[in-house]
Design a protein around this ligand. Structure first.
Ligand SMILES: *[C@@H]1O[C@H](CO)[C@@H](O)[C@H](O)[C@H]1NC(C)=O
Length: 329
């Protein structure tokens, strides 16, 4: 309806509109406002946030202090955990705050800032997951050249590129967002400030901005997705070619947990960003967004630690050392 009105405005009205454009707050509608549901959801999300923070912190600490875990694979995993600590912290504390207080307003700048941090970290996560699958590809398909192809310097370079790529493209996207003017309505049908719902509220012409954003967002997701896909296809082919069942099992067990994480993350991303939003899919989009914003950061440490013997051993070794320090000072 508003679109309709906007396309028939005279210069005079434009003048009026720029005066009107002083919307300073958005309302994040979140999950409706039935009181019972709010309490239930805040308990669930609080639990998830605590689990995600604790799990990822434990993994990060283990990887930093345990020398047995000083290999590229665990450096990548440690960096992923660090990233996910920041990543959930851009969404969940704000969501918990509005669930607990009922205060759903967020300033326009705050909203764009939330998108900036969320977007940068999400793109970095795509790249980091791709780097992790490339690392597994080298370890399984090129085992003899692994140490030379994944040296400390290359490892550091790949991690730097992952962190930087997300930051760069989202700085551009955010500066474009900051130039938009918002003149109402101000309700965002989501639980955080994602790009599409915010852009929908802009009353400036967004077609060029949308094109630029589409190109940048594709650069952030399609190359890492393809790299991940190709790595796993190669891994699966070479695992199937292995002679003995034991070697097949060993090779696949190291990367199956990673494959689960990648599938969850990209599966929900594709559901939200590629399947077009229709009225019947509205609730579904929000639900699928929960997967990559809330559930994967909680699940990653569980998937990696429960399925990984080395992480479990490192955990007991470090825990027993810590207990030893406490009881025999
Ligand atoms: C992240 O990667 C760098 C480079 O390999 C490594 O030195 C660092 O320890 C990693 N961070 C964590 C928390 O694992």
């Amino acid at each position: 309806m508003y679109k309709h009105i906007n396309s028939f405005i005279s210069p005079q009205q434009i003048q009026q509109k720029t005066n009107l454009s002083a919307i300073t707050n958005f309302t994040l509608l979140g999950f409706g406002d039935q009181p019972g549901l709010q309490v239930l959801l805040s308990l669930i999300f609080l639990g998830i946030y605590i689990l995600a923070m604790a799990g990822n912190l434990i993994i990060t600490i283990l990887i930093v202090i345990d020398v047995h875990l000083h290999t590229p694979m665990y450096f990548f995993l440690g960096n992923l955990s660090c990233l996910e600590i920041c990543y959930t912290s851009t969404i969940l504390p704000r969501l918990l705050f509005s669930l607990l207080t009922g205060d759903k307003t967020i300033s326009v700048q705050g909203c764009i800032a939330q998108y900036f941090f969320f977007g940068s970290l999400a793109s970095s996560e795509c790249y980091l997951l791709a780097v992790m699958s490339y690392d597994r590809f080298l370890a399984i398909c090129k085992p003899l050249r692994y140490t030379s192809l994944m040296s400390g310097r290359i490892c550091l370079g790949l991690i730097t590129v992952s962190w930087m790529s997300g930051l760069l493209s989202n700085t551009i996207i955010t500066s474009l967002l900051l130039k938009q003017s918002f003149c109402g309505p101000n309700e965002i049908e989501h639980f955080f400030c994602d790009l599409a719902p915010v852009l929908k509220l802009s009353c400036t012409n967004t077609s060029l901005v949308k094109l630029v954003i589409f190109i940048l967002a594709s650069m952030d997701t399609i190359p890492p997705f393809l790299l991940t896909l190709i790595s796993y296809v190669c891994i699966i082919i070479s695992v199937l070619k292995m002679k003995t069942k034991a070697s097949r099992h060993k090779a696949f067990s190291t990367c199956s947990s990673h494959l689960i994480v990648v599938t969850l993350f990209y599966g929900s991303l594709i559901c939200v960003y590629i399947i077009p939003e229709t009225n019947t899919l509205k609730g579904l989009h929000k639900t699928f967004s929960l997967f990559y914003t809330v559930f994967t950061p909680m699940l990653n440490p569980i998937i990696y630690s429960l399925r990984n013997k080395e992480v479990k051993i490192a955990f007991y070794r470090t825990a027993s050392k810590a207990v030893g320090v406490v009881s025999f000072p």
